[in-house]
Design a binder for this molecule. Structure first.
Ligand code: GLA
Length: 421
């Protein structure tokens, strides 16, 4: 009923009401009611123009846990610029749990003064001065996962504080929430952020328990789909498996979040990290690095700043890739891109090298069941290998390709008639 009213103009309402035999006073009362409902509804919304592409940045948790400080965050902001990460598109520096220690007598959140001697606003200003954006962490429950003060009951107050500090991104966790309802809790924080008036990307960290992909499009800009990632091949692949049915829920401004990257943290091989990064790009996942940017190896930097892969992730259509073929050890993932382009990722999940006969014509035509089938002709495309950084020479449609264990091949079908290549 209310949604319908939002869709029609005031004039339409009058017209509809004229069809009904009611008094003028009653018409006026009904109009007032509709108008009031419109404004109540208008205040209950997220900031729409944010995160039209999957957010890219860095977060302290995966590498540093509770060991966060002003010094560390400043170093990471510096390294984000000097390492080329900023140039590759990374922009948010997000401080995770443990920056907060208490609430003062007015209920205001208090930073750990030993670790953040100049206070949070100083740090935000520093990050901004580097041309980057600042993200902060809190929790929908009474306490955070590390038992620091949570946001419950302080949502509007905290949102005003974040706005005053000029925060750009909020990750909102789900620990210590007792019997709270997930959707209502996140809506409260969404409304608090909107009321505070500063556009802040709202990242729901509910771990997928209440299926946020079914309701969070109107609430936040990204939502965690699973429990925490662990820096191990099997844990990373287990997350991938949980994304298989979720492609249709994501799009510009509302993303599935399979959790932050572990690239460079030491628990996987370089080849496995390439796979991890490729898959997250195919999933149009938020690319939030979780390693020490100050000491990363050249190999790690090359993975995180592979612009040809990032291009897939950041594609303007915001289509999440889907698993086109699941042959157990060997999977084919397809991502549709703007300008009738496509990307294909061939994944060898097994412990042995695989040799596969790849039919590029079939790969290009690969579709899932909810996209309309369109005509794709291989002769209209160039095929590019996004890790080799070179074009694939195709004398015929098929090629025998060797894929090492736990590795991927990622191809982009570049439309020859696309002016921007
Ligand atoms: C939860 C989240 C993690 C991290 C920690 C911090 O486990 O899922 O990403 O934020 O809390 O305590």
């Amino acid at each position: 009923m209310v949604d319908y009213v939002l869709d029609v103009s005031q004039k339409d309402i009058y017209k509809n009401l004229n069809d009904v035999n009611i008094s003028h006073t009653m018409k006026k009362q009904i109009l007032w009611m509709f108008t009031a409902l419109f404004f109540i509804n208008a205040s209950g919304q997220k900031f729409e123009q944010l995160a039209k592409r999957p957010p890219m940045g860095w977060n302290s948790w995966n590498k540093f846990g509770c060991n966060v400080s002003e010094k560390l965050i400043m170093q990471m902001a510096d390294a984000m610029v000097s390492s080329g990460m900023k140039d590759a598109g990374y922009e948010y520096i997000v401080i995770d749990d443990c920056w907060q220690v208490d609430r003062d007598k007015n209920g205001e959140i208090v930073e750990d003064k030993d670790r953040f001697p100049h206070g949070m606003k100083y740090l935000v200003d520093y990050v901004h001065s580097k041309g980057l954006k600042f993200g902060i962490y809190s929790c929908a429950g009474s306490r955070t996962c590390m038992e620091r003060p949570g946001g419950l009951g302080h949502e509007f107050q905290d949102a005003r504080t974040y706005a005053r500090w000029e925060v750009d991104y909020l990750k909102y966790d789900w620990c210590n929430t007792s019997t709270q309802d997930a959707k209502s809790s996140y809506i409260t924080m969404r409304d608090a952020l909107f009321t505070a008036g500063r556009p802040i990307v709202f990242s729901l960290c509910e771990w997928g328990t209440a299926k946020p992909w079914e309701w969070a499009k109107e609430v936040g800009h990204l939502w965690r789909t699973t429990e925490d990632i662990v820096d191990r091949w099997d844990a990373m692949i287990a997350i991938l498996d949980q994304e298989k049915d979720l492609a249709k829920y994501a799009g510009p401004g509302f993303w599935n979040d399979p959790d932050m990257l572990e690239v460079g943290n030491g628990g996987m091989t370089v080849e496995e990290y390439k796979t991890h990064f490729s898959l997250w790009c195919m999933l149009a996942a938020p690319l939030i690095a979780g390693n020490d940017l100050g000491t990363m190896s050249t190999e790690t930097a090359e993975i995180l700043t592979n612009k040809e892969l990032i291009f897939l992730d950041q594609d303007s259509t915001g289509k999440q890739g889907f698993c086109y073929r699941d042959n157990g050890d060997y999977e084919i993932w397809i991502k549709k891109l703007a300008n009738k382009e496509k990307a294909a990722c061939l994944l060898n999940r097994s412990d042995e090298e695989k040799t596969v006969l790849v039919d590029f014509n079939l790969l290009l035509k690969a579709n899932d069941d909810y996209w309309s089938s369109e005509q794709y002709q291989l002769e209209n495309y160039r095929v590019r290998d996004l890790w080799e950084h070179k074009e694939v020479k195709l004398d015929k449609n098929t090629l025998l390709i060797k894929i090492p264990p736990h590795s991927v091949k990622v191809y982009r079908f570049i439309n020859k008639s696309n002016p921007i290549q």
